[in-house]
Ligand binder design. Structure first.
Ligand code: C5P
Length: 292
């Protein structure tokens, strides 16, 4: 039995830290949107044992890989043994989403793993149950299971879907060579908390109004000031210089996204970014992706 699932990237259109959770994580207030930039996961059920392979040799293949973590979590929660004949699983991951970018690649792979295994083994876990389970292995996974566009709170496990962006919304994404570890970004924030808080609520209100200029005006990320990466500032300047209505780093970086309302303008911007090979090592245009 085979199944192939696409695992989409996400963007944080806003990312604010508003306190600490009871389990000592940072409490987030963020608007996240899934976009049509994908990794791909292929599942093959049969035989015995659990196997994982990936087309990128630089990725960890052990428990540090979120696909392996999600697989282990699924089988321990459902009590299914892959050692029983016919219950074995082979998982193959094809990576496209860059690592250490804040684009949620690993989290999305984990979300697709949980959803795919739930389908293949007909375990009937609801989306809510998967969301609840998934936060144990990563804070961005609940959003990736939900998909679409949502306001995320708590450590990342409180997901509330919000209105879609206007249909003209399109993003240019660019990532510098330098990557950022999420743990390090939160650590640096805790050493030097930012007093100035953006209001994710204002972004949500702008999205509800459907006004692209206002939406662009409230795109922000608290980690930009904390990390202060010169290439990020440079990319942001280029995006805004080409008419992006707003631009900010996504997640804990280092990728930056810019919001455009014209594909043509976005394409001209992308062309310019691709000439800046000294600061940009990944770039693309993508559109919001809404779940069914
Ligand atoms: O949950 P995830 O594995 O993505 O988090 C990586 C690290 O980032 C955590 O170990 C924690 O240090 C930090 N983090 C945090 N607050 C969050 C999410 C992550 O402090 N809401």
């Amino acid at each position: 039995m085979m199944l192939t699932l696409k695992a989409p990237a996400k963007l944080n259109l806003s990312l604010d830290i508003i306190g600490k959770t009871s389990d000592n994580y940072h409490q987030l207030d963020s608007v996240m949107v899934a976009v049509d930039l994908y990794d791909e996961l292929t599942f093959e059920r049969g035989g015995e044992g659990a196997y994982f392979s990936c087309d990128r040799p630089d990725l960890p293949m052990d428990d540090d890989n979120l696909v392996v973590k999600a697989t282990n979590l699924f089988f321990s929660v459902t009590g299914i043994s892959t050692q029983s004949p016919g219950n074995g699983i082979k998982l193959r991951l094809q990576k496209v989403i860059p690592r250490q970018a804040g684009l949620g690649g690993g989290s999305s792979d984990a979300a697709a793993t949980l959803s795919g295994l739930n389908r293949l083994y007909q375990t009937g876990l609801s989306r809510e149950e998967l969301v609840k389970l998934s936060v144990n292995i990563g804070s961005d996974i609940p959003f990736c299971i939900n998909g679409g566009i949502a306001r995320a709170g708590g450590r990342g496990e409180i997901i509330e879907s919000i209105a879609p962006l206007p249909s003209s919304a399109v993003f240019v994404i660019a990532k510098p060579e330098v990557g950022v570890s999420t743990h390090k970004a939160f650590y640096l924030y805790s050493q030097n908390p930012v007093a100035d808080h953006f209001e994710t609520g204002k972004l949500v209100a702008a999205i509800n109004s459907g006004n692209m200029v206002q939406i662009g005006g409230h795109i922000s990320n608290i980690f930009e000031g904390v990390l202060d990466i010169s290439q990020v500032h440079e990319i942001k300047k280029t995006l805004l210089g080409h008419g992006a209505l707003g631009a900010a780093m996504t997640g804990s970086g280092s990728a930056v996204s810019g919001l455009f309302e014209s594909v043509q303008t976005a394409e001209i911007c992308l062309e310019d970014l691709r000439k800046k090979q000294d600061i940009v090592n990944f770039s693309c245009i993508c559109s919001p992706l809404y779940s069914s």
